[in-house]
Design a protein around this ligand. Structure first.
Ligand SMILES: C[S@@+](CC[C@H](N)C(=O)[O-])C[C@H]1O[C@@H](n2cnc3c(N)ncnc32)[C@H](O)[C@@H]1O
Length: 260
């Protein structure tokens, strides 16, 4: 795959944007196949760590087709999902409308059967187009800011994390989910072989695009993964910084709180 992904600035951003436009329609299916459905469990963990509830606000950057943003909204939180890919956002918005419609039907049913505590109507997240490296929100805006499989894609992941930090309220949570680098050398070799061979093969079979999935390993080589993100979180003075390794570090969640 071309090294243009690692050219600085606009050139890389445009390439990454093209890549997600090309795979948007099959993105969710491929996620299920390549992680054996486990990404759903890991995203639930992210939402739990974000620990938001009714009356609070959350931002999910690089939201893609909206998995994390929609799950955050189910907690009754006001959620904004942000991504720069129009194609991914279109899918997220459609899912948001379906979620709201499903919620309204559930409420109608419970009103008809005069249930004592009818479910409250779920509000879809607001899905906005924007650049995770230049957020337009004021400082200290959100109770939690999350990102799933996004930081690694940015031209500068440090800038992205710095922006997440800036818009988080004091006392708020930052949660990052991404591919990791397993500390055990043997497991790391097996896992990298899976990323090098099986994942692009699935991309080719189901998306007609092996390159887009070969990109995961390429991007991971240029990303310091869980330990680098944790070091940066400490540098930003976040408190309670934690690394949660999943599947022996093949995936990881970074967690930290902005000091009050
Ligand atoms: C691998 S997908 C992750 C989607 C979703 N968060 C998930 O966990 O399934 C990465 C997303 O990051 C978005 N992205 C990449 N660079 C971005 C940037 N600079 N600003 C906003 N979104 C970006 C892409 O458009 C894509 O939707």
């Amino acid at each position: 795959m071309s090294n243009v992904f690692y050219a600085p600035g606009q050139q890389r951003a445009a390439k990454v944007n093209d890549l997600f436009a090309a795979i948007a329609r099959r993105y969710d299916l491929l996620n299920d196949l390549q992680s054996f459905g486990l990404h759903r469990r890991w995203k639930r963990r992210v939402v739990k760590l974000a620990a938001v509830g009714p009356g609070q606000s959350a931002l999910d950057v690089c939201c893609g087709t909206g998995d994390i943003a929609l799950a955050l909204a189910r907690a009754g939180t006001e959620v904004t999902g942000l991504d720069f890919s129009h194609a991914m956002l279109e899918i997220a918005r459609t899912r948001g409308r379906k979620t709201e419609a499903g919620g309204r039907r559930a409420q109608d049913r419970s009103q008809r059967s005069e249930t004592r505590n009818p479910p409250s109507v779920l509000r879809s997240p607001v899905f906005l187009q924007g650049d995770a490296q230049h957020l337009t929100f004021p400082d200290n805006s959100f109770d939690a800011v999350t990102v799933g499989y996004g930081l690694r894609n940015l031209a500068s992941w440090e800038t992205g994390l710095g922006e997440m930090f800036r818009v988080t309220k004091p006392g708020g949570r930052l949660v990052v989910l991404d591919f990791g680098k397993p500390p055990n050398a043997l497991w790391r070799a097996i896992y990298f072989a899976h990323l090098k061979m099986t994942v692009p093969l699935l991309g080719w079979l189901f998306c007609g695009n092996a390159d887009a999935y070969a990109y995961i390993l390429e991007s991971l080589k240029h990303y310091p993964a869980q330990e680098g993100v944790a070091a940066k979180m400490r540098e930003l003075n976040l408190s309670n910084v934690r690394v949660i390794n999943l599947l022996g570090g093949a995936m990881a969640i970074n967690y930290g709180e902005k000091p009050k």
